[in-house]
Design a protein around this ligand. Structure first.
Ligand code: HPA
Ligand code: ZN
Length: 341
């Protein structure tokens, strides 16, 4: 990574057209909206007010976050709720100059509470279609299996989602990583691949590099979500570099969940220097203190990066996106025009 260039301006980064590949739509639920939906759906939250809720965002690890996150997701009950959640994020993302996003959602987090999958998907899709029409933001969907549940539940979810398979660009794997290695879901992802869908997986966030290899070899993942612990195993790094498997890195998330102590301690520059295809993403921005633009700005500031390095990261996300050649070329052309202007 070139560090001799003049530091990039915040205005340049905020205005740069962007692609986001690691965002959980349930993680865009802002505290104020959580309370509005709780009241509308007559749900009692364990926090008295927004201030107390924000105080609960002092996470010590992934699980401490997931406990709050699943509690928050419980306020989402109707298609309208999912629509409002997604539309609020679309407006923020468009203001962030996001042009294309591949968005995760967790079907089981909702169907497990008795919410119909159709309500979840109809609500999300209505918002994403409107974003395409009105905001010039294109959104693709990636349902994720939650790894704290068993493989039979993942297989049942895949089957329940069959009517919508052609709307998804991939299936993913998220939730509590440690103790839930990728191979637990080998049959579920074999079924995903048999359905003609791509595979992505969270791996190497809290879990060891072996989980990254497991995601590649046992699940057939073509993109790794997080993956930052790969540097602990040279063979894993070599494999990721050789195959140019993209990593969807989430810097502010990694700091909030204590994967790294401070942003300055993040290994993003080492990952880039090793030749990995690194992308910048926000993960659960309402919980982690920053949307996509904030992540770009935080990285540039922490490592004193210049324009070329930051533009390279934005180009990597275009390379790693699940899009056709013509659309990829148009995303590249827009970024090149912005940089050249
Ligand atoms: N890791 C695993 N599961 C998740 C995350 C994450 O960062 N965010 C939402 N579900
Ligand atoms: Zn994630």
């Amino acid at each position: 990574m070139v560090r001799m260039d003049a530091p990039v301006s915040e205005a340049f980064l905020r205005g740069m057209p962007k692609v986001e590949l690691h965002l959980h739509i349930e993680g865009t639920l802002e505290p104020e909206s959580m309370f509005v939906l709780a009241e509308r759906n007559r749900i009692r939250l364990p926090w008295p007010d927004v201030e107390a809720l924000r105080a609960a965002y002092a996470f010590s690890d992934l699980q401490s976050f997931l406990d709050v996150y699943y509690r928050g997701a419980d306020v989402l009950r109707t298609a309208e709720d999912f629509y409002e959640l997604a539309w609020a994020w679309c407006r923020r993302a468009a203001a962030d100059h996001t042009r294309h996003a591949e968005v995760f959602f967790d079907p089981q987090t909702h169907t497990g509470r008795g919410i119909a999958l159709a309500a979840v998907i109809d609500g999300l899709e209505a918002a994403f279609h409107r974003a395409e029409r009105e905001l010039g933001l294109h959104v693709a969907m990636i349902p994720c299996f939650v790894r704290h549940l068993d493989e039979a539940a993942a297989l049942a979810t895949l089957e329940a989602a069959r009517p919508w398979w052609d709307r998804f660009v991939a299936f993913g794997l998220d939730s509590a990583e440690l103790g839930n290695p990728p191979e637990k879901f080998a049959a579920a992802f074999a079924a995903v691949r048999a359905a003609g869908l791509r595979v992505v997986a969270h791996a190497g966030e809290e879990g060891p590099p072996a989980y990254i290899l497991g995601a590649l070899d046992r699940l057939g993942a073509v993109r790794i979500d997080h993956g930052v612990r790969c540097l602990e195993d040279e063979a894993v790094v070599a494999r990721l570099v050789r195959e140019q498997i993209p990593l969807t890195v989430c810097p502010l998330s990694n700091v909030r969940l204590r994967v790294f102590h401070r942003i300055e301690d993040h290994n993003l520059c080492e990952l880039v220097a090793r030749g990995l295809c690194v992308t910048i993403n926000s993960d659960d921005p309402a919980y982690f203190g920053g949307y996509l633009g904030d992540n770009y700005v935080a990285v540039a500031r922490a490592f004193n990066l210049g324009r070329p390095a930051m533009v390279r990261l934005a180009h990597n996300a275009i390379s790693a996106a699940f899009v056709d050649d013509a659309y990829r070329a148009s995303l590249r052309a827009e970024l090149d025009a912005y940089v050249g202007s």
